[in-house]
Design a protein around this ligand. Structure first.
Ligand code: ZN
Length: 244
């Protein structure tokens, strides 16, 4: 039986001369596999990594853990892989694809807001003049928030202090102030008030405002180190490909 859904290709691997296996993340079906037999000629232009397409498919496998499909037809809606000479944007887009491939669960619909932050980040990457490192920070932190890994950013876990120089504890996923920090907190990340403002803004602001505020380089560099470390701590991902 044929069905259709829209999704973003996060991996495209050649199986044979002309056949391709795709990993797609979709709001409707989560992360899934689509086999495109004789695909390179028939579906050229719509089955590359970072293509957002409408897939018409037939199901080849279905169980509680995993579904896979055979591609019948595909219509490209938009691609997110062409950034010209803006190489950093290219790296960030591939980095996003890798995160999605690792963290989107299969056989269940994708979280609505996780999907939204994905598509919005990819859209803003295409906007001329947008800052790739800023968008990388926003995606790394906010995507984790939307899949259930939002850190506790309200106040120090010990005394309730919320505005002075603080530390972020990766093991506790929360804040500790200078007075309360103990010797056991070896992974604590120093967080100045403006850096804490930026982290709170990304983790907690409305999606409509999320991309409207950028940060200067003094904040962006430590913010980038923070979001990378948070991602690695939560997921064990290898981020060697996306250093700025
Ligand atoms: Zn405290």
């Amino acid at each position: 039986m044929c069905q259709s859904f829209t999704g973003l290709i996060v991996q495209s691997k050649q199986m044979s001369n002309d056949s391709v296996v795709l990993t797609v993340v979709s709001k409707e079906v989560g992360r899934t596999t689509i086999f495109a037999y004789s695909g390179r000629k028939r579906f050229t232009g719509a089955i590359s990594i970072l293509c957002y397409s409408n897939f018409e498919v037939s199901q080849t496998r279905d169980n509680k853990q995993y579904s896979s499909y055979t591609l019948k037809n595909v219509d490209l809606i938009r691609n997110f892989f062409d950034y010209g000479k803006e190489i950093e944007k290219h790296f960030v887009a591939y980095h996003i694809a890798k995160i999605l491939d690792s963290l989107v669960p299969s056989a269940e619909p994708m979280e609505e807001e996780a999907f939204r932050v994905t598509m919005n980040t990819l859209h803003f990457l295409t906007v001329r003049g947008s800052n790739a490192e800023h968008l990388k920070c926003v995606f790394e932190l906010r995507f984790l928030c939307e899949i259930g890994m939002r850190p506790n950013l309200v106040a120090c876990r010990g005394c309730g202090e919320y505005s002075k120089n603080m530390y972020f504890s990766f093991s506790g996923s929360d804040l500790i102030c200078q007075n309360c920090i103990g010797q056991g907190e070896r992974d604590a990340f120093p967080v100045s008030p403006p850096l804490l403002y930026a982290i709170r803004f990304i983790a907690l602001s409305d999606m409509e405002k999320l991309f409207q505020h950028t940060f200067n380089d003094n904040i962006l560099k430590p913010l980038s180190r923070f979001t990378e470390q948070y991602l690695v701590y939560k997921t064990d991902m290898d981020l060697r490909c996306v250093k700025f």
